[in-house]
Design a protein around this ligand. Structure first.
Ligand SMILES: [Zn+2]
Length: 106
């Protein structure tokens, strides 16, 4: 994923409107690209502040960098788990089909 693509996906990431593969590539990119990370952090801070204002929290004293790091870590784990689940499902289906085919010939 290049910077142009990553920048265009910042709001999608924040609004959680990405598919798993895209999210995985995006996270991998921002972890290794400081300019895209800064971009994400800026948007994320604005979004986070608005969320907390809406919830009536007057003085959120969060360290945005920590919050974003946690979010990235959390989503990375989520993506990995979901992709592993899909892989297991696909592998399970293939095995099942093979078993059915095999039983037809036995
Ligand atoms: Zn970049």
């Amino acid at each position: 994923m290049d910077c142009k693509r990553a920048e265009s996906l910042v709001t999608d990431y924040i609004n959680e409107k990405m598919d798993l593969h895209e999210q995985r590539e995006f996270i991998a990119h921002v972890k290794n690209c400081s300019s895209c990370y800064d971009e994400l952090q800026t948007y994320y801070a604005v979004y986070f502040a608005m969320e907390h204002l809406e919830n009536g929290e007057s003085n959120p004293s969060y360290n945005m960098n920590t919050v974003l790091q946690e979010d990235l870590k959390h989503r990375e784990r989520h993506v990995r788990r979901e992709l592993a689940k899909r892989w297991l499902l696909v592998t399970g289906c293939i095995l099942l089909i093979l078993l059915v085919l095999l039983s037809l010939f036995l």
